[in-house]
Design a binder for this molecule. Structure first.
Ligand code: SF4
Length: 387
């Protein structure tokens, strides 16, 4: 069985910079000469630069990266695993993070001061992380303080948030969580407070609260940072157990109930497996829900001949399909759904960043200021100490 590619759409191709429109890389700011994507020597150049840097270099590749980049990664994984892998390699002076901005920040927070973290393209951000800005979160906290609710509210932020937000959570007695330990983080929080403010992904917060902790949808309210007081009354804030930040992942948020119904009709016996960043109705309609690592393990353990429609980023689904030809693996949606910002990191940017390092120039270094890093580390340490 082979992996069937979903249909490309013009928009998706343009976002990926794979179309013919030369302006599709607009916004990418490289202070040097970016190699042409059509340069036939890109693979050789990347391999040569990597060899020249030897043990001084450690390349991290997030699961959602393109294959052309992943082939050069020393290690692959989700964002937290990669940041820890980097911290475990103190001899590596240069950490090239093939992922997005908040991931590179986490790596900088966890690695030593002499290690430099490099993001090959500064345009590789995360739309979800951008949905919670420090000033907005501080305004929400001020409102809770004004109402006398902050002392009984525990802030939790998903790993997919900026260093500023992790620092805020660390300063205010909360924790970071990943999609693998969100349930433990919530249980821990409810032993300490009456309610949680969950940042920035409303879907992970809602799915975990309702499906894992048995809370009801009525226990959850949605805080919209663009409305006064989040668009919520004092009573709503006071009565809520989960104050969900109005943020979402633009990739996982695309899957709909119709995608699930359509694949079930088209492929009898299919197992629908989705990420908890998907919408609540999609998660309810799926057969299984779990983090990226969970999805990978579920497919590895699946029997030959089984059929899987997976709701997560397409690069990973395609790689799983190619790695398991004895199983029928398909993308949950009919059209392509890459993380467009993650896909900013391509081979030309990687080659450029590596060759600059060989020349003794550190480009696109990501640094987090000492105070923010300290408090973010507190929140990350709390996550590691979760019971
Ligand atoms: S897949 Fe979603 S959460 Fe992950 S980096 Fe892309 S936009 Fe952000």
């Amino acid at each position: 069985m082979s992996f069937t590619e979903p249909s490309p759409t013009a928009t998706a191709l343009l976002l990926l910079g794979r179309g013919s429109d030369p302006s599709s890389e607009r916004g990418v700011d490289c202070p040097g000469e970016l190699p042409s994507p059509s340069d036939p020597d890109l693979v050789t150049r990347a391999a040569a630069a990597k060899a020249a840097l030897g043990d001084r270099l450690f390349i991290l590749g997030h699961h959602y990266q393109r294959d052309e980049v992943i082939q050069f990664a020393d290690v692959t994984g989700d964002s937290f695993k990669l940041a820890r892998d980097a911290a475990a390699r103190p001899e590596a002076k240069y950490i090239v993070f093939c992922g997005v901005h908040f991931m590179a920040e986490s790596a900088d927070i966890l690695t030593g001061p002499e290690q430099k973290v490099i993001l090959p393209d500064l345009a590789a951000g995360c739309s979800m992380a951008d949905m919670a800005v420090l000033g907005q979160v501080e305004a929400a906290w001020d409102r809770l303080t004004e109402l006398g609710l902050a002392a009984t509210t525990v802030p939790i932020t998903y790993m997919n948030s900026s260093a500023d937000i992790k620092g805020f959570v660390g300063r205010n007695g909360g924790t970071v969580c990943t999609s693998s330990n969100a349930e433990r983080a919530l249980k821990w929080a409810f032993e300490r407070g009456e309610r949680v403010i969950f940042l920035p992904d409303q879907h992970l917060g809602r799915n975990t609260a309702v499906l894992e902790l048995g809370l009801s949808l009525d226990d959850c309210v949605l805080y919209d940072p663009h409305k006064p007081s989040g668009g919520l009354t004092e009573e709503q804030l006071r009565d809520a157990k989960m104050i969900l930040w109005r943020g979402h992942c633009s990739v996982h948020g695309r899957f709909t109930l119709d995608s699930v119904r359509e694949v079930r009709e088209r492929v009898p016996g299919v197992n629908v497996l989705v990420h908890p960043e998907c919408r609540h109705d999609v998660v309810l309609a799926a057969d299984q829900v779990g983090s990226t690592e969970y999805i990978i393990k579920a497919i590895e353990a699946a029997p030959a001949g089984s059929k899987w429609a997976i709701g997560t980023e397409l690069n990973l689904v395609r790689r799983l399909g190619n790695a398991h030809p004895d199983k029928q693996i398909m993308f949950l949606d009919r059209t392509v759904c890459y993380c467009s910002t993650m896909n900013r990191i391509d081979l030309p940017h990687l080659v450029w960043a590596l060759e600059e390092l060989v020349a003794g120039r550190v480009v696109n270094e990501i640094t987090v200021d000492a105070d923010t890093a300290h408090h973010a580390r507190v929140a990350l340490a709390q996550m590691l100490a979760l019971p």
